[in-house]
Write a protein that binds this ligand. Structure first.
Ligand code: SAM
Length: 340
């Protein structure tokens, strides 16, 4: 704090000083003006000049130290793909019409984790309307990272590492099963992995034809089905999706279809998820998508939903638990097409 005859230049503590020093670099003219003001304040023989320099310095420092907003602020979440309605945002985040009144510290964390977050191939925006010149508090260390729960606590007793990562959580598997069985009780699941969704469909009364290219997964899925008492309702087969679908379509022309292609493991490519990247490695599935009574596709949350072929799709955010971190609650997007 520098004093000049009763008036003073204040920098209120270390944090503000850091902000002046480390924040957006002030333009050179501003630095020159600050230097010259300080020079006047310390060396000028005239008390009036020193006083004027003090006022000027205070004003300049004030504008560099944008005041931090504290207390409750209004945060608004918008954007994303056209189907991401405020109601869907509310179900995900607990907002009302996409808005929430929260503490400024928490708002900083929400902006950090959600602003620019990709849903359905489009970024969402998380914004706080602040008083002019104000800013949000810096991000607290505890909000920087987040302990990801992905793959832990798998509900299927027989599993492997890759299978744990990709298995649908139980409430989501049951929901998929309900969507599929509502239209037709025969359900095809040609990339069944550990069998989560096949078991979900069987638990709500469907008869499932389940396949996977990996024989080890099929063996695990069989054991999981036995554990949940639905072995009789699921017919398992090892084979590539394009081949099993071809065969099953002949024996069961009327059916629902569930598709859960591999996303690419733990380090799946979040930026470039679209129909050709995700589905085309499985072969041409378009005829099978067109022929099924109802189709449910499990998609990564960043998947560009506009790239799905034809059809009237209903999209929903699949949320396993509201206890998860806000950014981790959206486990996937469910695309559902049923009015066929
Ligand atoms: C995302 S996982 C399925 C997870 C499963 N829905 C669950 O919840 O347990 C994708 C599965 O597709 C299988 N897969 C990969 N390529 C395949 C192909 N061409 N045909 C059939 N299955 C394939 C993988 O072995 C993997 O188990």
């Amino acid at each position: 704090m520098l004093k000049a005859e009763g008036d003073a230049v204040f920098i209120r503590g270390r944090t503000e000083l850091d902000r002046v020093l480390n924040g957006a670099a002030p333009p050179q003219t501003e630095v020159d003006a600050l230097k010259s003001g300080l020079h006047t304040l310390v060396f000028h023989p005239s008390a009036a000049e020193r006083m004027q320099a003090t006022r000027d310095l205070n004003q300049r420092l004030e504008s560099l130290c944008q005041p931090i907003t504290t207390g409750i602020v209004n945060l608004t979440v918008t954007g994303g793909p056209p189907w991401l309605t405020p109601q869907k945002i509310d179900a995900w985040l607990g907002t009302t019409h996409g808005e929430i009144a929260i503490d400024a510290d928490e708002a900083t964390a929400w902006v950090h984790h959600l602003d620019g977050f990709l849903i359905g191939g489009r970024p969402i925006s998380a914004e706080v309307a602040l008083a002019k010149g104000h800013r949000l508090p810096p991000l607290a260390r505890k909000h920087r990272g987040r302990a990801r729960q992905t793959g832990q606590g798998c509900w299927l007793p027989f599993n492997d590492e890759q299978g744990r990562l990709s298995a649908s959580p139980r409430p989501i598997a049951i929901k998929h099963g309900e969507m599929l069985a509502a239209q037709e009780h025969i359900v095809f699941d040609p990339c069944c992995g550990l069998g989560a969704d096949a078991i979900g469909a069987a638990l709500v009364g469907a008869t499932v034809l389940a396949g996977d290219i990996c024989a080890t997964r099929i063996a695990l899925a069989r054991k999981n089905a036995a554990h949940f008492g639905v072995s009789d309702a699921i017919h398992f087969e090892v084979g590539p999706a394009a081949e099993t679908l071809q065969r099953w379509s002949k024996s069961h022309p009327v059916h629902s279809l569930f598709l859960d292609p591999p996303w690419g493991g733990k380090e799946w490519d979040r930026q470039h998820m679209n129909y050709s990247a995700l589905m085309e490695p499985l072969g041409d599935l378009c005829p099978f998508i067109a022929a099924a009574k109802s189709v449910v596709i499990k998609l990564p949350r960043t998947f560009d939903t506009l790239t799905l072929p034809l059809h009237t799709w209903e999209f929903s955010l699949a949320i396993a638990s509201r206890d998860d971190h806000i950014a981790d609650r959206v486990r996937m997007i469910t695309a559902h097409s049923s009015d066929k």
